[in-house]
Write a new protein. Sequence first.
Length: 458
Amino acid sequence: MKKIFTFFFIASIILAACSGEENTTATAEPSATQGSEKTQTAEPAVETASRLNVDEEALNGLAIDVWIPWYGIESDLFNTFVNEFNSQNEWGIRVNAENQINFSNMYDKVTASLPTDDRPDLVIALPEHAQGWYTDGAVTDLTEYVEDSKYGIDSSDIPFVFWNQDLAEEVRVAFPAQRTAQFLLWNETWAKELGFDLMPASSEDFQKQSCGAQKSMLSDEFAENDSLGGWLVNADSMTAYSWMLAFGGGVLEEGNYRFLTPNNIDAFKFLRELSETSCAWQSAPADPLSSFANREALFITASLHDLPGVARAFAAANSTDKWSVIPFPAENNGLMVVYGSSYVILESTEEEQLAAWLFVKWLLDNKQDARWVETTHLFPLRTSTLDLLGDYEKTHPQWKQAVDLLPEGEMQPKLASWRTIKIMLGDGFAHMYRVNVASGQVAAILAQMETMAKDLSK
């Protein structure tokens, strides 16, 4: 056991050293005043006044800098949006977009720019990054923009699990930009052949189905697949966090990091016992999507961006099996962890902040929101956008299943320190499988995680 601790401890030191790495706005309806009974003529509607006290004329010709973390199709679509906004917006605002390659590089560059005059006006970053910059006094509270009678937005149209992620107590430090989720995929056709008609509603059901799939592998003449069939292990931090929540645990207790709890021990012990009984297995070079399509795994862990790849894998395997998105089994209807990036407006002039907000609001329009979905396959940020996605739903049924699970969505911790803690969680979870920690020893791993979490969050 000392060897396990030593390896994990050294890994954590290396990690720590390089970890630099609702209020609803009521949109005013145009009012009409009645004239005399003879004329009954309505007067022109009076434009709603903004409480932000920014002269719109000052926005004409104003340029704002936006930093993005994307590449490929997301970057291309965003640049298309920028060009459309620049040519169409009524205020004469001009947006300049600059690509920062990825979220880690974005965080480092934005943090370095904060004390300078070269910082951007708007960035697309992770919620935990926004929390840290807010603590540094560099983030604009978006509450008054959201609630403004003229420039605001109806927050009731945004799912709760998206909306509340970007709060620091009562302060809105960011606004949802993209959201995805971690969930399980289940081969429904194969499960029914094994005698399981319903998706697993509990950890016991999950174990029975996983073990049933593994046992079915013993009935053929191929010895090399005898250890396959159940859940294909995924050691991502979001997977670990999802299983902890599914067992009633988590990483926080009264606002502080807490890993060594009975529920977390039960979760990790359950997962390790699945491996010890060959009901869960690990792949080396194998592609999880192909393994799922070829009936080597009854369950795999995935996120929204994986779904098109899964469909292609089933087509390549000539499989007609029906597969479904399901939540991690828990007592209350299961759950899935929702996460993603957010729009963060940094402190600048009132005019620049409003210009950045107007661009964000334009991006959240249903038409732009629907185009994001069709290009990235992620969640629509507004519930009303689903009205524009009827054809997409028909051709992407598993995506619709994930959307229907949003009421069971869970948020990540709303703490700046989550930036490094989640890396540590994933590292510790993967280490548990890498060295085959016995199910009876998982408490020691959780204790080590808790110690490191407290050190990293100081």
